[in-house]
Design a protein around this ligand. Structure first.
Ligand SMILES: *Cc1c(COP(=O)(O)O)cnc(C)c1O
Length: 396
């Protein structure tokens, strides 16, 4: 057998994706991300962003970013340990620690990068990681990078977690054992059972790691899922992103001072990749200031989420088990989910189909992400389009 050329490989793979309806054409958004976006010159009600609080184009963040560019330029100049640590980074990290109720925090260039960095700085081939089966791709990759033994437990299945934790602990095969979970699962909008996870972790001396990318700014009056359950003192790693509710870009880990010091000494994206830019850093700090100063945006987000979910449910859509503003409409068949999304688009609603492998096969869905910035009129318009398309395709 001769080996494939790159072109043969790519042609085969892309053809297969297209055949299975899994090839995603990427739309170009003209202008800012907000509750209404423009694509090909046409306005659409946007129900696909993670811009939960509408901060991505907030005037206060924009003003802060412009000021930071004037005072600190556009780039950090180096990795943090060489001479890229700006006073702005320290200000941001102090605010993050305050926001999360921890001793310290460290920022990274993205949430994805954070999981690459933090898991492998602490876990190695002599360790084991208990990982929820629906954890985010960046957790899966971070675990792989660490070379620890990954042991998957059923999604939010506490019996399975306890059993596997017990087996791992009693085997005495591992130096350290970690349990890692999303705080909010973004495909269904359900919240991790952190009280039980913490109880199991304390029973078997597990390290605890919560990736709260979709919880921060959303749950716990905005402070996140760990705060929602009052577990700030009992979770070792509180990881989050600055790119979703915070509206900018970047990631962070909050925890005890010794953990943060170790990550500053040993985590590779911190040591070998240039720090967040001044504008991103200060805009993120501004967002945290807004969040810590008022729950107004958070309340509006929940109000909009509850409203949209209620209206779609009334129409007969299956909105699943969401406990957060995330509102999936589960359709099932992949191709039908994609057709549904396409028809919504043509009618002026931007809500993307999410299909295998992002969600299990046969659970294709259109996922709606209402934000604090949507008006009731926008949501009503979206609901009436849902009704029209739902009837047309025989879904309701
Ligand atoms: C989005 C997301 C990330 C990655 O965050 P970025 O800042 O976008 O890189 C990590 N974990 C989870 C659970 C996410 O949803």
């Amino acid at each position: 057998m001769t080996s494939k050329t790159l072109n043969q490989f790519l042609d085969d793979c892309i053809a297969e994706l297209k055949e299975n309806g899994l090839y995603n054409a990427i739309d170009v958004v003209q202008g800012a991300n907000g509750p209404v976006i423009t694509i090909d010159g046409v306005e659409k009600i946007n129900l696909s962003s993670n811009n939960y609080l509408g901060l991505a184009a907030d005037n206060r963040l924009k003003a802060a970013a412009k000021q930071a560019i004037d005072s600190h330029g556009v780039g950090s100049g180096a990795v943090r340990t060489i001479n890229g640590t700006l006073d702005l980074h320290i200000q941001l990290e102090n605010k993050l620690a305050q926001f999360k109720g921890t001793e310290a925090a460290i920022s990274y260039q993205s949430g994805f990068n954070c999981n690459m960095a933090a898991i492998s700085a602490v876990m190695d081939k002599n360790d084991a990681i208990l990982s929820d089966s629906l954890n985010h791709a960046s957790i899966i990759d971070g675990c792989r990078l660490s070379k620890a033994k990954t042991i998957r437990f059923g999604h939010s299945d506490m019996k399975d977690l306890r059993q596997k934790a017990k087996e791992a602990a009693e085997s005495r095969a591992y130096n350290k054992i970690m349990v890692i979970t999303d705080g909010v699962f973004s495909m269904d909008g359900d919240i991790a059972n952190l009280p039980d996870i913490v109880a199991i972790a304390e029973e078997f001396d597990l390290i605890t790691y919560v990736d709260d990318a979709h919880g921060s700014g959303v749950t716990g009056n905005g402070a996140g899922t760990v705060k929602h359950f009052g577990l700030e003192k009992r979770i070792d790693f509180q990881m989050g992103t600055l790119s979703k509710a915070i509206g900018v870009v970047g990631g962070y880990v909050a925890g005890k001072a010794n953990l943060i010091n170790w990550l500053k000494a040993r985590s590779r994206p911190f040591l070998f990749s240039t720090a967040l830019s001044p504008a991103d850093t200060i805009a993120s700090a501004k967002a945290l200031e807004i969040l810590m100063g008022s729950t107004e945006l958070n309340e509006q987000l929940w109000k909009n989420g509850t409203y949209l979910k209620g209206e779609l449910k009334k129409l007969g859509f299956n909105v699943g088990v969401s406990e957060t503003p995330i509102t999936p409409c589960i359709i099932g068949d992949e191709k039908q989910a994609q057709m549904f999304s396409k028809r919504l688009f043509e009618e002026g609603v931007y809500a993307k189909a999410i299909v295998f492998p992002t969600v299990p096969r046969g659970t294709g869905r259109v996922r709606n992400m209402p934000t604090a910035a949507h008006t009731t009129e926008m949501l009503n318009e979206a609901v009436s389009v849902y009704e029209k398309v739902g009837k047309e395709l025989g879904i309701i």
